[in-house]
Design a protein around this ligand. Structure first.
Ligand code: DGL
Length: 270
């Protein structure tokens, strides 16, 4: 079996995809990983689908220029808008993410599942198809969460603002008996401690990151693209936003200091 030590590219509208990135770091330790936070354009949740598709293309081109052997779209909103077009255009494995509705339906005891996601994700055709596939015997309550990803983008994980928004968004789900919550936006896993405090311990909170890392490994194995065993791995971070604003948030979310590089000019938002 052959190997490939080229990097894996991971991107999101901002810092949220780090919830997926840290899982990949843990599960595939020999891989060189590139993280691209499109913070100059965040949030994607209220942009047009065309805009999100354009940014997804531009960022994938940048990651390919860095030698990426695979790309992880660590963003539900970008996956819903652009994954089919990305796969049609680029000839490398492209791994997306979608709300973990299937395991939630398998796990719920009350028969009521709540999904938190961005407005764009819940409006997408891909999301409608997901609901169709999995909501036959389960009541699925869909809650768009404007403003919530922005809190994480600013590094606000426990203050008044995220608490106020979450109380509002969780109330109808809990009132209708949801006992399982699907986090349909990669920013939200960073809010799990606050969400769990508000729901109490009886509600399960599902994060799809482990399934994405597993799917990535499977694709790399299939294409004989895994790094050699014993390869040192490594990390590089890029942003299209203001590094002095994004850097402290990225370091805080990952829990260690790092260097953040600025996305080169041709790939920056117009
Ligand atoms: N993290 C993103 C997602 O998974 C998008 C958040 C946003 O930019 O609105 O949907």
């Amino acid at each position: 079996m052959s190997h490939n030590n080229n990097p894996i590219g991971v991107f999101d509208s901002g810092v949220g995809g780090l919830s997926v990135f840290r899982q990949i770091l843990t599960d595939l330790p020999g891989e060189m990983l590139l993280y691209m936070a499109d913070s100059g354009c965040a949030p994607y949740g209220n942009k047009s689908a065309d805009f999100v598709v354009q940014r997804s293309f531009t960022i994938t081109e940048f990651l390919l220029e860095q030698g990426a052997k695979a790309v992880v779209v660590a963003c539900n909103t970008a996956t819903a808008a652009s994954i089919a077009q990305l796969r049609a255009r680029f000839d490398i494995p492209i791994i997306g993410i979608e709300p973990a509705l299937k395991p939630a339906v398998a796990e719920t005891r009350s028969g009521v599942v709540g999904i938190l996601a961005t407005s764009n994700t819940v409006r997408s055709d891909k999301f409608a198809a997901l609901l169709d596939r999995h909501s036959e015997h389960t009541r699925v309550l869909v809650q768009p969460c404007p403003g919530l990803a922005d809190c994480v983008e600013r590094g606000e994980l426990s203050g008044l603002r995220p608490r106020f928004l979450l109380e509002r968004y969780l109330e109808p789900l809990l009132a209708h008996g949801a006992d399982t919550l699907v986090l349909g936006c990669t920013h939200y896993p960073f809010l799990i401690p606050l969400i769990q405090r508000l729901t109490g311990p009886g509600v399960a909170i599902l994060d799809p990151s482990p399934a994405v890392a597993q799917q990535l490994r499977r694709q790399l194995e299939l294409g004989e693209l895994l790094a050699e065993s014993g390869a040192p791995g490594g990390e590089r971070y890029f942003t299209s936003g203001q590094p002095e604003q994004t850097l402290p948030v990225v370091s805080r979310l990952l829990g260690y200091p790092l260097t953040l590089e600025v996305l080169p000019e041709p790939y920056r938002p117009g």
